[in-house]
Design a protein around this ligand. Sequence first.
Ligand code: PEP
Ligand code: MN
Length: 370
Amino acid sequence: MIVILHPDTNREDPAYRQLLEYLKGLPDISTSTHEVIGAEQRLTEIYLIGDTSALDSHQIECFKIVDRVVRISREYRILGRHKDDDRPSHFSYNGITFGQDNLNIFAGLCAVDTREHVEQMLRALQQQGLSCTRMGAYKPRTSPYSFQGHGRVCLPYVFELAGKYDIKVVAMEITHDNQIEEIQQALTLAGNSTGVMLQIGTRNTQNFELLKSVGRQREFPILLKRGFGITLEESLNAAEYLASEGNRNVIFCLRGMKTNYADPHRNLVDFAHVPVVKRLTRMPVCIDPSHSVGTRSAAPDRILDILHATAQGVIAGANMVLIDFHPAPEQALVDGPQALHIKELPWFLEDVAIARQAYERRCQAQQKFG
Ligand code: PEP
Ligand code: MN
């Protein structure tokens, strides 16, 4: 059960202490308090842990500082969407809003290779009016002999160029918790020219110690990739690990499931789960068509499979698209075969806009007929 207090409640307020005393007096119930600090207000939530089935929520709602009481009807205590739970499903970071009802595009390099390629990419994004990108510095690779990213060496120029081209958020995978500090230091040295979204890759979805470290920091939002060989429930629990450590600014990314049934695609596209994740949780949902599809093949209609998959996710209400582009895909050091060419960016964006409009029209049809 979650007791939600009125916004900006002061913890020094005697009414707050009175409520806490009452809750602590409940038999076999313990409490844990969380603060959600938003752009406009601070929200205090008190979690009641134990068997709450016999508790009368109306009695708790009689306390003046209590806004409402939500019964936890499912797992995922913090990120889950519970019955009569109208808590917000969005957050803002560095001027960009992430939520279950809007759409952000993160196009960029799977892996940073040269400064020139980073600059060409970011310039193209700015020309198209985009404010977010993906830039891999730390790359987990199947073979120990493959290029594993430039690591912290490339951070200064990535952040400097992101500032130059007015990029507000760079999604960047980390594979070890000490990379959080490397990113923090590089950002500070770059005068906080941009922001970073920490990405947990599919190979680390159940790296619980990494999840705990990333969840403990509150500075950066987190993009959690679904594990490619575990159940959806297991991956959603991984997201809950992040939130239970304190960071609730989590976006959940569908990126396809590893199975030979996906052939000739790299992974089996799982974007039909966009509405499922939105129903079970309050997390914005991202799709990664590049790592799902993995090739530049096109159907007889000449539309690339990656664009078809993107459209499937967007028309189902996806809130973020993470997609590989490159100025010279044949020279890319990681995942070149799935990268779209910079010249294809306007086409890609138009295709996404068509799918998003179709989604919005579908919502209108639901209101009319549903
Ligand atoms: C990536 O986004 O670059 C990546 C490695 O993705 P995933 O963890 O989904 O394989
Ligand atoms: Mn990749």
